[in-house]
Design a protein around this ligand. Sequence first.
Ligand code: FES
Length: 199
Amino acid sequence: MTSSHRDPGAKGLTSPELGQVTPLTPEQQKALTNRRRFLQISVGGSLAAIGVAFAFPVLALKAITQFSDVVAEGDLIGDPGSNTPLDVGAFPVNTGVYSGVIGKSSQANENKLEVVRVAENGTAEDFRVFNRICTHLGCNVQPELNPQGEVHCLCHGSVFSSEEGAVLAGPAARPLPQLPVAFDDQGRLIVAGAYSSEV
Ligand code: FES
């Protein structure tokens, strides 16, 4: 029987004119192996890239969630870095000071506080607690009161009442958001409700 009469599906046939399989040379086998490796690496890399693309939004969401850990009723006012409550006994009348929220991020704007002592009656009413982000363009108001006993912002000169945060001089158009406060059973200043307006 000649090669032209052989079964094309049979193994071991090598006739080129029938389009049949010919054994690979060592160089061809090496090239094929390299191509397979390249494909495996490409697929692995693509899967890793997809994993990273999903992981980053998850991490970003987690960070946002942590930063949303903002001031709430019952929180202790003081220095979150040292966990030190505000020393209300050593706080002179007609002075102001920066403060924060114990146990919560000092980075969140909602937790950036300006505390002012306006009286000396021994009650929580002696204190005013404002958000310290100026309602004009977001600078921090000054911790110290101006000579008139008012809260002020050096960026563009806005002035706010230290009693209720009302705008006394622009360009700010909105009062400073104020937090109601109370004393807890240890005489520490705590948050007693929500901000009077949006921070
Ligand atoms: S940011 Fe305070 S006056 Fe402009």
